[in-house]
Design a protein around this ligand. Structure first.
Ligand SMILES: [Ca+2]
Length: 359
């Protein structure tokens, strides 16, 4: 009787110890996962808000930036590469591969945006000549290589026209199932910032955008409509200027130029387009997303470059009956995008300013 009781106690002890060990291992695993930075590649056309996005990423422990790839957009490819190299030089990150890519959109002429970004794309602020050297690989090939090197771990963050991403996924469609996520700054579901319909990154290369949205992966779309409700203000600028350092002084100059340009156009602040896309990867709770099917208009007289989002998840099915069509139910559409509907602008701006100040 006594013997059985002892055995029962030791079984209970063994069971309790096992549960404790499993629980401790689970806690370790959970914290290890939470602490492992996410690998990202930023495809960029720098660009004032690109510079803000890149320095936000480089100052965020949640991210491990694996490469910058440069696409023509706000400035041409040569200027963009020089700007990207100056930015990583400023951040002391010559270890980071920075590669040039396409030199023009797939099917139209390049449209640059010095009007918004200053003559050199960086508000006319002259950074020292870059210490860092360009990687000799072609940007889209570097993207393909890194996605294969770290399968299911790399998040692409394209914050310019989608030319490089389209070239990469066209050359190697297998990357569509090997990336972790594709978080683009681009598009809009409530009107454009170029014209009534189109957002600038999509308008800059609509054919590339159509390839990217139809590549078989889910695109997280952080559009200009949400960026324009996520504004950096003079108050945020004063906060940035309260602590001096090479990066915060540089970003403060950019923000001042960008705010002045935006105020002249009647805005209350400057739209944080590209940094919001990066912040969405740092902390997804900063935005709300909804799955939708998004098509890119490549032909419309007034709507070329529009991202046409289907909120219902279906199209009507019209069937020919004699001399007319009749609606015969609906055809379900598979979502291809997680569309950003809103952001927590205050919390995002606080994160942005703190990270640039090095907090
Ligand atoms: Ca950009």
């Amino acid at each position: 009787m006594f013997y059985f009781l002892e055995e029962e106690i030791s079984v209970k002890r063994f069971f309790a110890t096992t549960v404790l060990i499993v629980f401790a291992f689970f806690c370790y695993l959970t914290s290890a996962i939470a602490e492992t930075p996410q690998r990202v590649i930023i495809d960029t056309d720098p660009g004032i808000d690109d510079a803000m996005a890149i320095l936000l990423a480089l100052n965020s422990p949640e991210l491990k930036v694996e490469a910058l790839t440069v696409v023509p957009g706000n400035v041409d490819g040569r200027q963009g590469l020089e700007n990207a190299l100056k930015l990583v030089s400023l951040a002391g990150r010559c270890d980071l591969p920075v590669a040039g890519g396409a030199q023009h959109p797939l099917n139209q002429k390049l449209i640059t945006a010095q009007y918004w970004h200053g003559k050199n794309g960086l508000a006319g602020v002259e950074l020292p000549a870059p210490k860092c050297k360009a990687d000799t690989r072609f940007g889209p090939d570097l993207i393909i290589d890194l996605v294969h090197k770290y399968p299911h771990e790399v998040t692409l963050i394209p914050v310019g026209p989608l030319t490089n991403i389209a070239l990469a996924v066209s050359k190697d469609p297998s990357i569509a199932s090997l990336v972790k996520d594709v978080v683009i700054m681009g598009g809009s579901i409530t009107g454009g910032n170029v014209d009534g319909a189109a957002e600038a990154n999509i308008y800059g290369d609509p054919e590339a955008a159509a390839i990217v949205f139809n590549a078989g992966w889910m695109v997280t779309m952080v559009g200009s409509d949400v960026g324009e409700r996520t504004l950096i203000t003079r108050k945020n600028l004063a906060d940035l200027q309260s602590l001096h350092g090479p990066e915060s002084d540089f970003i403060a100059k950019l923000a001042d130029f960008y705010l002045t340009r935006s105020e002249k156009s009647g805005y209350q602040g400057a739209a944080m387009y590209d940094p919001l896309a990066v912040a969405t990867v740092i902390d997804p709770t900063l935005v709300s997303l909804k799955d939708m099917h998004v098509d890119v208009e490549t032909k419309g007289e007034f709507t070329r470059g529009e991202t046409v989002a289907n909120r219902m998840g279906s199209d009507e099915n019209n069937v020919l009956h004699g001399d007319h069509y009749e609606i015969d139910g609906v055809i379900a559409l598979k979502p291809n995008a997680r569309v950003c509907l809103a952001s927590d602008a205050d919390r995002f701006l606080q994160l942005f300013v703190n990270r640039i100040k090095g907090k």
